[in-house]
Write a protein that binds this ligand. Sequence first.
Ligand code: ZN
Length: 318
Amino acid sequence: MTTADARPAPLCLACGSGQLTHWCDATDVEYQSVANRYTYWQCLACDCLSIDPCPVQRLAEIYPENYYSFTGRAPSLLERFKLAFDRRLLRTILRELPGETLAALDIGGGTGWMLNEARRVEPRLRTTVIVDIDAQAQDLAVASGHQFVASRIEDFTTDQRFDLILMLNLIEHVEDPVAVLAAVGRLLTPQGRILLKTPNHASLDAQLFRRSYWGGLHCPRHWVIFTPGSLESTARRAGLAVQTLEETQGAPFWCWSVLAGLARRGWILVSAQRPMVQHPLAPLLMALFATLDFLRRPLMGRSGRGLSQIFVVLGARK
Ligand SMILES: [Zn+2]
């Protein structure tokens, strides 16, 4: 496989294979943080998408100040609705964990809203730790009673072991998902569980918007994008086993896909000062697509095939 310029041949970030096929090209249409054009390659060996080049040296540019400006605001009606689902899921997982007291870690957990929910449904949860690169989230997290470590997960070390580890929309942001999953797996207690959510490039929206701009790329901040099968094989290589896997809604991806189409036609304005997330149409589209996903889910069978995101519970391989 050759590219138009003279970059070294790309490799799959999940499995290291050089057997890749072009999936799409994309730019940062959401935040306009950098002007570069990125290619997403699909791996013929494991089916993951990998970004090329991987902007690992440009974190300060691709996560601009206003990327975090919405942390700490009150949740919208839609987010409250979503929280009710998350709470039910957390209760199911936490109930099955043994022990008189439990410890939980949220990687990329921001101000700790998800750990707040976990504590609400499980009184045995006494220790809650957040690892996040957004140091601005620290004050609110600590005020809510969580320990906070301002760090990338790749640089985080601790002797503590956790019964529950949350990795919600995190694994798609890392350069070496197998190494990160293996390291996180070593932080688990023997019966511990990882709850992981990530975009699904086998979804209906990914197929529909692949040739324009699919919101699940969140380009150039999502570096590796899975399908249910490729997530399972990646977890296995990291020494983890999938306990349950389901597909779930991803209204934001539909929303960014549609807004990107409108921006390309010049019908709406998106700039570095006014990123897509701040556009007044965003909450309306988000509510619309969340409703559509909710309605189409029962029509697609219990697995919910074709939805925008994958939700898995992982445990250590026995
Ligand atoms: Zn691969």
